[in-house]
Design a protein around this ligand. Sequence first.
Ligand SMILES: [Ca+2]
Ligand SMILES: [Ca+2]
Length: 413
Amino acid sequence: MSKHSKHETGVRAGHPPAKKSHKPHTPAAAPTSRKRKLLTLLGLLCFCAALAGVTYALWPTTKLGRPRVGLLDPTPLKLNPDTPPGPAPEGMVWVRGGEFWMGGEVEQHNGIIAEDSLPPHKVYVDGFFMDKYEVTNEQWAVFAKETGYLTVAELKPDPNDFTREQLDSMTPEHKKDLFAHPVSLVFTPPPQRIYNLDIAHMEHMWWSVVKNSSWKQPEGPMGSIEGKEKRPATHIAWVDAVEYCKWLSKKTGRTYRLPTEAEWEFAARGGLNQKDYPWGDELTPDGKWMANIWQGRFPNENSEADGFARAAPVGSFPANGYGLHDMAGNVWEWCSDFYRKDYYKESPKKNPQGPTSSFDLLEPDAKEKYVQRGGSFLCADNYCIRFQVAARGKGEKKSAGNHVGFRTVCEAK
Ligand SMILES: [Ca+2]
Ligand SMILES: [Ca+2]
């Protein structure tokens, strides 16, 4: 607004200099005229500053106190009648569907606004059943035992899944070592203090490629999931999650699948309209942590104020309005949609399914990328901050780490 106002003031305050120089006027009149113009200009500037101040004060603001992008819509949401088509499958709740505002302003570190969550746009989704919790180690173990399925993280890496740039950056010894064992990514706090998180590709400072890390050994070969059965299954790639859904569908005769991104966000909002989090606009209402995220300066200091340094047992935090837990934080959750930054500018209003292909300008050579939602236990106020309900994440379909899992939806019959 201020930029526009300055431009308008400039146009009004003077005429083109060439014409001005030809205007006849007395020498005595010139200072008076200039003075009047200066006073007019000053008055206009004061008026604009006052208007900007009033607007800033009245405009809906986010938690960092800056004006939101996009107007809040006070119109009540048009939700579908809350009438499930039948009993909910085990571990699931009915999410009624209806209209909602999808996307919105998402603040990243240093006050940067995430463009891929804009613009806010009205979307309709049909009702569906959804897992109350992220799929757990216990549930994944049943699938693995019955089918013998091995996740991407449990297999040796395939060179075809790497970009040319990634392969070119490796030495022959590095390649030989990397492709000889199953590997996955494990968060490892760096020994040195990281002050600037704005440098590109900083992630390698805290992500370690760890041999034999998988859902069975989320922190690497020294750990196990014994006693962690109720924690979300992690190191799950998109292709792994899809196989789980296929197995569950075949086993039950119903249609289980990953949620679309629109279904996920509708569900995560829990019936609230355009709020920052699944529970409202305040991060810690009454001083209470509502999600498993990171407290302190990422990636060096985690005070664990919410009680967990890594993934927490599912349901350790309160459910949202639809009875869903951990829709913010704990582990990222895969959606069925391809990721594309600008999709919201053209997505259909009814049951959007995502774009027909993926593209990420930051990694143009990357293989197919899919949407992830909700953030994880690694999302902190000074970095990521993608535990906000409109925030989007992404990952290659065969990528995994100890902060990525999923939950399923089941279609109404
Ligand atoms: Ca935590
Ligand atoms: Ca989650």
